[in-house]
Ligand binder design. Structure first.
Ligand SMILES: Cc1ncc(COP(=O)(O)O)c(C=O)c1O
Length: 382
């Protein structure tokens, strides 16, 4: 039987081949590889899609986070970097890039526990931390994990009350929304990733910063090109971090199919949800009523210490799975002595031992989906 991968990029390419090939052929004929016309067009189209004034292409989602944070530091403190005593609140249950961008911006990450039903940062923990007299907090980086929106009413409300910035890590959440507002476009800025497996993926690395704030946009753009308004006169300590013309061309070719791909993901998630919600030993996640999810991953919690055994049995049956994430950030060496925690982070620890993501290829056929559900049920029962 054909193995079922997490994601079949070749199948996706075959579906959009004509559009992608002709976009690449256009680049071959104009040969404007750096800041070619496709980059500007994509930035404009994404700003329109997200409903923000600005979108700035960068080399990766990690750079989008770092450069947005650096722009926020320059804007709010008049300094190139945050200082060690400046605290930025985030979740420990995320990809390492969220925390390491905070470290590299000069600030100290503060990891607070997650809501066990959504696995996103729990706004109540943020409130408690701030009410406890955390005077050095400067910002919050909520991560819309698996493409599921954080509670943006609560987070923006807390940020306003305590005068904090909000940078959304929307690397997994392009196309998602909170109360009809697109994710990445709600906070002071949002960071997107175009890594090949993301909702809109390119053929390598790529990322984007979205913001309504003219000053953040201006600074972010300068930081992408060595810190200057033009390349030969730097004002800030910048980077060489651009979205390639070729990648922008691929993304422009795929963009018209983004909504269809998201709908396919949502359909798959609904079928998984229906098939698995009553399965003993498996807990499905909750989608808040105000959230429009994107299911960059479809993740369940496997109870009773059975996660890794189940993954192994599924592998033997030809079904791929993945664990996002096995080690929460506060337990990683890189954050030792460089971060803070508040409370025991028990929910994040539990999620790290139970989370299992299932194949979520938008091009998956119904029969494949049924096979995943049936096999999973059989494996967990045995
Ligand atoms: C939550 C999260 N933040 C940040 C990133 C970093 O994006 P990139 O891989 O494009 O640098 C990723 C991508 O894997 C991610 O999943």
């Amino acid at each position: 039987m054909r193995p079922i991968p997490m994601l079949d990029l070749a199948r996706q390419y075959a579906y959009m081949k004509e559009d992608i090939d002709s976009a690449l052929a256009r680049c071959l004929s104009h040969q404007r590889w750096i800041k070619g016309p496709e980059v500007e067009e994509l930035e404009a189209r994404m700003a329109e899609y997200l409903g923000t004034r600005h979108c700035i292409g960068v080399a990766s989602g990690t750079d989008a986070l770092l450069i947005a944070l650096r722009a926020l530091a320059i804007k709010s403190k008049g300094k190139e970097y945050f200082e060690r005593e400046d605290e930025i609140i985030t979740t420990p249950f995320t990809f390492v890039a969220t925390g390491d961008a905070i470290l590299r911006s000069g600030a100290t990450p503060v990891f607070l526990d997650i809501d066990p039903h959504t696995l996103n940062i729990d706004p109540q923990r943020i409130e408690e931390y701030l009410e406890d007299g955390a005077r050095n907090a400067v910002g919050i980086v909520p991560v819309h994990l698996y493409g599921q929106a954080c509670d943006m009413d609560a987070i923006t409300g807390i940020a306003k009350k305590h005068n904090l910035f909000v940078l959304e890590d929307a690397a997994q959440a392009l196309g998602g929304a909170w109360e009809k507002r697109r994710l990445a476009g709600i906070g002071d800025a949002g960071a997107l990733s175009f890594f090949p497996t993301k909702n809109l993926g390119c053929f390598g690395d790529g990322g984007m910063i979205a913001t309504d704030d003219d000053r953040i946009a201006e600074l972010a753009r300068m930081l992408t090109q060595h810190g200057g308004k033009d390349k030969y006169r730097s004002e800030h300590l910048g980077y060489n971090s651009r979205l390639d013309t070729l990648q922008a061309a691929v993304l422009l070719a795929k963009l018209p199919k983004l909504e269809e791909m998201l709908e396919r993901r949502r359909r798959i998630a609904a079928l998984y949800h229906r098939g698995l919600k009553e399965t003993p030993g498996i807990a499905t996640l909750t989608c808040p009523a105000k959230a429009l999810p994107t299911y960059n991953q479809y993740t369940v919690l496997v109870e009773g210490g059975k996660r890794d055994g189940l993954a192994e049995r599924l592998k033997q049956a030809g079904i791929a799975t993945a664990v996002y994430y096995r080690t929460p950030l506060h337990a990683m060496e890189v954050f030792e002595n460089r971060s803070k925690t508040h409370g025991d982070l028990a929910e994040a620890q539990k999620a790290a031992s139970q989370a299992l993501s299932l194949p979520i290829d938008p091009m998956m056929e119904e029969a494949e989906l049924e096979r995943v559900v049936e096999t999973l049920r059989r494996c967990i029962e045995s």
